[in-house]
Design a protein. Sequence first.
Lengths: 112, 114
Amino acid sequence: EAQVTQNPRYLITVTGKKLTVTCSQNMNHEYMSWYRQDPGLGLRQIYYSMNVEVTDKGDVPEGYKVSRKEKRNFPLILESPSPNQTSLYFCASRIPTGNTQYFGPGTRLLVL
Amino acid sequence: QKEVEQNSGPLSVPEGAIASLNCTYSDRGSQSFFWYRQYSGKSPELIMFIYSNGDKEDGRFTAQLNKASQYVSLLIRDSQPSDSATYLCAAEARRASGTYKYIFGTGTRLKVLA
């Protein structure tokens, strides 16, 4: 089954404690993205990757890091989480010319 | 100014009626437009995309695009309670680097009343 998986699905942490949210897709897609979704602000892109070792900032990259060492994986790293990073996070993937962007199930993060 | 604007709703329609969801965008360079449905607590799923002026129909759904007015809409015919969700409009825009990104609206919440 074609899918994007994320882990963990729910996470409560404290300010400053480094965390990683994993994302994996089994569709051999080149493009992968991370979004955060906040009430009243919609989905905003954090980082994206066009292929292995090729990443770039989206609209709200501050406080986040990513890496793309393998085509299927695109982890999101919060080196020092802060309460304003409390949000619902989605990973997504698609082919470069594709119209369908596949979203993962989401990770709900609470930073205390 | 938001780049993709939607009325947040809720838009309430009776079962069996036509639901009309609207979206405007500011970037005249946007070529492709997408409608996603998102149930509460779930991830967005693509319903339709459109890139030519006019109408595009798929089952009970019709997307309409008017590039001159920078306006996109989604019509849902014979609305069902299971259509109750938030509908996200997205426009594909070109970055300065030449790559493309999706710009999402904040979504319209639709309630179909049984």
